[in-house]
Structure formats: structure tokens, C-alpha cells
Design a protein around this ligand. Structure first.
Ligand code: SIN
Length: 190
């Protein structure tokens, strides 16, 4: 698959006449809402787990030296906590551009903290996308993040902002927090 997913995502621009759509964010979309929204609520989706397995050519790295950002990996019984936004369909033009490095919109049930559930969309970078990096040890991922930067800034900032946002929501994510700890250990060794 191409490294730019804008055209594929635009083919999904059929919102069945809905004036607003729920979007679930689990990475930078939790802490950086640079788009208009009607509502914002902590939420979760089931059957997916967050992993720093996606390469970033355009935000936290470059095509020559990609950074590492999160995607979702299918895992039975997993629950991924994040932030849901109610947005109007026009906002997807901005989001498709922002998430163009491998992320495809996927329909999913989204569960809110009061137990209510709504259908919505989530951007997921599947293993067949050209920027996918795949599994590595959390220590190796921390080293990779420590040495990467791109147009949106240091890769380490993405990790720290995500970990901070999860803590603010009262959520823990062992994968994210372990990489954050390894990164802090690396910095202490400098
Ligand atoms: C998301 O936040 O939902 C997708 C991944 C990212 O943009 O960091």
C-alpha cells in the first residue's frame, strides 16, 4: 500500500446523511485537537491494543529516518482507552491529511465512560502500510524514539505528551509507560 492514504480515505466519504460522526483518538489525537469538534469525551474501544509500531515519515521522523508513533493491533479482550470527538464530516479533510502516513479510517463501536456506546471511526495504520515498522522490544523502541525528530518536533515529545494525557485521564498503558521509563533511563545515562 502507498505511504499516503488520503485518496483511499476519501473514498469512504459517505456518511449516510449524518451531520456529525464520532471519532476515536488513541495517540496524538488525544492530546492535540487541532480541529473543531462538537463534543469531546474519554472513551474506549475493544479488541485493539496501542503499540508504537508505526513509522512516522511526516510528523516525528523523515522518510530517511522515520520516527515511531502508535497504531492499534488487534488483540482479543484488549481495551484501548482514548478520547472521542463528535465532529462534522468536513473535518475529515484535515484529519485525512494529518493521518496520511498509513492510517485508514475504520468503523468501530466506541464506548463512553457512562457505558453508552456509539458507532464511530478510528484511524488505524495496518501492518500492510508502507511506513509500518512492527514489533521491537520496548527498550529498542525507546532508543529509536530518543534519536528521532520530524517536522512536528522530537519523537520523544509525542511519547511524553501521550503518556501525560493518559495519566490525566486516569488511564494506564503498560506499553506506553514502559517505553517512557526506558527513555527516562536513557536520558539519565547521558
Ligand atoms: C490517533 O491518535 O488516533 C492516531 C495516531 C496518531 O495520530 O498519533
Amino acid at each position: 500500500m502507498t505511504a499516503n492514504t488520503i485518496a483511499i480515505n476519501q473514498q469512504m466519504d459517505d456518511f449516510d446523511g449524518h451531520h456529525s460522526v464520532w471519532l476515536f483518538g488513541y495517540g496524538s489525537l488525544i492530546y492535540k485537537a487541532d480541529f473543531p469538534y462538537l463534543q469531546r469525551q474519554p472513551a474506549s474501544i475493544s479488541g485493539w491494543t496501542r503499540r508504537f509500531w508505526q513509522g512516522s515519515h511526516d510528523h516525528r521522523g523523515t522518510p530517511q529516518a522515520p520516527g515511531r508513533v502508535v497504531t492499534l493491533i488487534e488483540q482479543t479482550d484488549a481495551i484501548c482507552h482514548g478520547m472521542a470527538y463528535l465532529i462534522t464530516p468536513e473535518v475529515f479533510a484535515h484529519l485525512d491529511h494529518r493521518e496520511k502516513n498509513g492510517y485508514l479510517r475504520l468503523a468501530t463501536p466506541i464506548t463512553f465512560s457512562d457505558g453508552r456506546s456509539e458507532r464511530g471511526l478510528v484511524y488505524i495504520a495496518m501492518p500492510d502500510n508502507a511506513a509500518y515498522l512492527g514489533a521491537a522490544s520496548e527498550q529498542a523502541i525507546a532508543r529509536h524514539i530518543a534519536s528521532s525528530a520530524g517536522p512536528s518536533g522530537p519523537n520523544a515529545d509525542y511519547l511524553k505528551l501521550l503518556a501525560h494525557a493518559l495519566r490525566e485521564m486516569g488511564q494506564s498503558d503498560p506499553h506506553v509507560f514502559a517505553i517512557e521509563q526506558h527513555l527516562a533511563d536513557l536520558n539519565h545515562c547521558d
